[in-house]
Design a protein around this ligand. Structure first.
Ligand code: NAD
Length: 481
């Protein structure tokens, strides 16, 4: 795939691309064959200091740039993403592993997010509060918070970062982006095409390296006013603690373990088909992937037969090849995690209905797997699999289903399949989750809020809520006399 010209991974600080490659650099591997495709430079304390200074000085200009002008640059950026969709999607498949069609969809959905933020930032309004005296005018204004630190994961290497970058820049904030080493090219595309779209220097700085060192160094800097993180619950809690220590605003988009309730009045075939596709998208490495399937007893056998057959039709292989439905897992650690979850399930009496093992010895391939268990205490029912494993279990009544669905500390996405409006409403009202999708997969659009509750974090990305994390409210009371 030399034609893809995989990018040299570099820091972007101010207008300078930098990062000499050394023996200590972390390497980037193609998950389909384990071959080295790149390497990641390591930011030093001096690099991080330059990034902070550059983002802070750019903020003084960018906060006073009109929303119309900010919008224009973002729109150009969205156009560049679309114009370079083949190149960027190839990079994403090469380092993250998802099939090309999915990577292409990620590029286009990212461009849509940018366009939406470009449009919506022209509608960030304040308000006038009627005063108690005719001489006094009371204004509520919303101002950009300042320099933001974003830390993003590898599973949607472009779109996870784009949501943060677009929201921050649209609000008038500047950003330092610490991007994922496993799949770095998506963030290189963001920095490169924003620069080409005319973003002033310093508004977006891209840094690579040791995550702990970067977060600890940057969060304590007074210029950095906010951290926005997408990743695991454990790292999220650690970063939220750091943010709290330094009184920094935080948005936490963390993991989940999404329950699905399939009621006995649902269309078993349609539900199984939709659930299989969405479960196995990006080889299950999706924070909102359905993962705990609670299926009502009356429909269980029919639904399971359909689900197993849908899983067994999935063609697994290198995402760069034609007609592949599911690619490899992003890194070897994910394959080990899948093996451990399956082994634990087996030892605890669960039945493996299909899959259950890695495929071949080259690349990080794991078979689409269904584990049938009545036991909510096994590891797979408690830990987010973040891979192509569905855990299925029968339930009796709606109360039983809801209480098991709500039985974990997470609260990100949840799904309901039923033909009863009453059951749908009851489930939607009682599921402990930031998002509920009924008889479809309708989450993660630019115009709708995306986010979790409880251990899955706080703050929303997308929808008009998207700007709440990047703006502060200022009250101005003025006497006109
Ligand atoms: P992770 O938490 O290990 O890593 C995410 C990012 O955090 C990476 O860039 C990593 O380098 C960085 N990181 C790791 N340790 C850090 C530290 N001490 N300080 C600062 N940064 C640190 O998660 P992952 O394995 O890359 O991603 C999978 C997890 O992310 C899953 O739990 C998944 O559900 C979650 N996720 C959530 C969402 C969401 O929107 N809620 C979206 C995608 C993924």
């Amino acid at each position: 795939m030399n034609s893809l010209k995989y990018p040299v991974i570099q820091h972007l600080i101010g207008r300078e691309w930098s990062g000499a490659q050394t023996q200590e650099d972390r390497v980037v591997l193609n998950p389909a064959n384990g071959e080295k495709i790149g390497q990641i430079p390591q930011a030093s304390a001096a690099d991080l200091d330059r990034a902070v200074r550059s983002a802070e000085s750019a903020f003084q200009l960018w906060r006073n740039t009109s929303p119309m002008d900010r919008s224009g640059i973002l729109r150009k950026f969205a156009d560049l993403l679309r114009a370079n969709d083949t190149l960027i999607s190839g990079w994403i498949t090469l380092d993250e592993g998802k099939p090309l069609a999915e990577a292409l969809a990620e590029v286009h959905s990212s461009a849509d997010h940018v366009d939406w933020h470009a449009e919506e930032c022209r509608r960030i309004y304040g308000r006038i509060v009627p005063s108690r005296s005719p001489q006094v005018q009371q204004l509520v204004v919303r101002e950009p918070i300042g320099v933001c630190l974003a830390i993003t994961p590898w599973n949607f290497p472009l779109s996870q970062a784009v949501r943060k970058v677009a929201a921050a820049l649209a609000s008038g904030c500047t950003m330092i982006l610490k991007a994922p080493a496993e799949a770095p090219a998506g963030c290189m595309a963001i920095a490169r095409f924003l620069q080409e779209a005319g973003l002033p220097e310093g508004c977006l700085n891209l840094v690579w390296g040791n995550s702990g060192f970067i977060s600890e160094t940057l969060i304590e800097r007074p210029e950095v006013r906010k951290i926005t993180f997408t990743g695991s619950v454990g790292v999220g809690k650690h970063l939220a603690e750091l943010a709290g220590r330094h009184m920094k605003r935080a948005t936490m988009e963390l993991g989940g373990h999404a329950p699905v309730l399939v009621f006995d009045d649902a269309d078993a075939e349609a539900a199984a088909r939709a659930l299989a596709t969405n479960k196995l998208r990006n080889a299950g490495q999706v924070c909102i992937a359905p993962t705990r399937f609670f299926v009502q007893q009356g429909i269980y056998d029919h639904f399971m037969a359909e689900l197993v057959s849908a899983f067994e039709r999935v063609k697994v292989g290198d995402g760069l090849h034609d007609r592949i439905d599911m690619g490899p897992l992003c890194h070897p650690g994910r394959v080990n995690a899948m093996e451990q979850l399956v082994e634990d399930a087996r030892q605890n009496g669960a039945h493996i209905l299909t899959g259950g093992s890695r495929i071949g010895n080259v690349g990080n391939f794991f078979a689409p797997t269904i584990v049938d268990t009545p036991d909510d205490s096994i590891a797979l029912m408690r830990e987010e699999p973040f891979g192509p494993i569905a855990a299925v279990s029968p339930f009796k009544s709606i109360e039983d289903g809801l209480s098991r669905a709500n039985g974990l500390p997470f609260g990100l996405a949840s799904y309901v399949f039923t033909n009863s409006l009453e059951r749908a409403d009851q489930a939607a009202q009682n599921l402990h989750a930031g998002m509920v999708s009924i008889n479809q997969f309708g989450l993660a659009l630019p115009e709708t809020p995306f986010g979790g509750v409880r251990d899955s974090g706080y703050g929303s990305e997308g929808g008009t809520e998207t700007f709440d994390g990047y703006l502060m409210t200022k009250f101005i009371s003025r006497n006109r006399a």
